[in-house]
Design a protein around this ligand. Structure first.
Ligand code: NI
Length: 261
């Protein structure tokens, strides 16, 4: 089975001690591709250098809504130059997070819009982080891609946590939805409903490593090897085998992220 982890933060300090060992072991075990999305300028550059060091690692560049404090004046120019790297597959992760910080909604929206505009100009897909900000996230992405984009999907809602109704609207407009460890949690009912209505060709699998470990690994550092538990759950819901699930999500990731390489 070959696996594509479309969202894993191997630049995180939790991998400082054993990063190369972990990555080589995962690759050896069938994790054929990994995307490491940046969260601020520094982590975008670190993700870029990981992609340079490991041929199976790709990266995305972007400013996460929790990282608004030290945005350089010329951040859009810096992101543009990162996006010119042949291994930069997306702008992300970008979006809105009203769970961690609801005091700076206007600034979050501004930075989100600026990066969406950049992605559209560059023709890159986006990786969206939307936590407790579903209404505003939907409204903003819709102002960019109201109709289905003829040039391809606008991107993915990473670790999708919105309603099934909003998922349907996003799917109509060509979005992919990312599913992570939480599909294995006891309180996953809403996410499983979303999974049920999501066509197999729009599902992406992600770990969000080192976070969001699936059952039975909760509480431990997450890595792409744990995707087998997410694959198992998705296979169950969609009536597929784990092998078919891994393969189709691999093809989905290639279709979305490798179009501009
Ligand atoms: Ni993430």
């Amino acid at each position: 089975m070959r696996i594509f982890d479309t969202h894993a933060h191997y630049d995180d300090e939790k991998f400082a001690e054993d990063r190369a060992d972990v990555l080589y072991a995962l690759h050896h075990a069938g994790v054929e591709c990994i995307i490491d999305p940046g969260c601020d300028m520094q982590s975008s550059y670190t993700a870029q250098s990981l992609a340079a060091d490991f041929d199976f690692v790709y990266f995305a560049a972007g400013i996460h809504p929790e990282e608004l404090d030290a945005i350089p004046e010329d951040y859009l120019a810096q992101l543009t130059s990162l996006a010119g790297d042949s291994k930069c597959v997306a702008i992300g992760e970008i979006g809105l997070d009203y769970y961690w910080d609801s005091s700076r909604k206007e600034l979050q929206k501004q930075i989100f819009r600026e990066q969406l505009e950049l992605a559209r100009e560059l023709g890159k897909p986006v990786i969206i982080h939307d936590r407790e900000a579903h209404g505003d996230s939907f409204e903003i992405v819709n102002s960019f891609w109201k109709e289905k984009n003829p040039a391809g999907s606008p991107g993915v809602f990473h670790c999708y946590s919105g309603s099934a109704e909003m998922a349907e609207e996003l799917l109509k407009r060509g979005w992919y939805l990312g599913f992570d460890g939480p599909v294995t949690y006891k309180n996953a009912r809403k996410t499983l409903e979303v999974l049920e209505i999501t066509p197999p060709d729009r599902i992406l699998i992600e770990t969000d490593s080192p976070y969001l470990s699936p059952v039975p690994m909760r509480g431990k550092r997450n890595d792409s090897g744990n995707l087998v538990y997410v694959i198992q759950k998705i296979a169950e819901i969609k009536g597929l085998t784990p092998e078919e699930t891994a393969e189709l999500t691999f093809e989905n990731a290639k279709r979305l992220f490798f179009r501009s390489l």
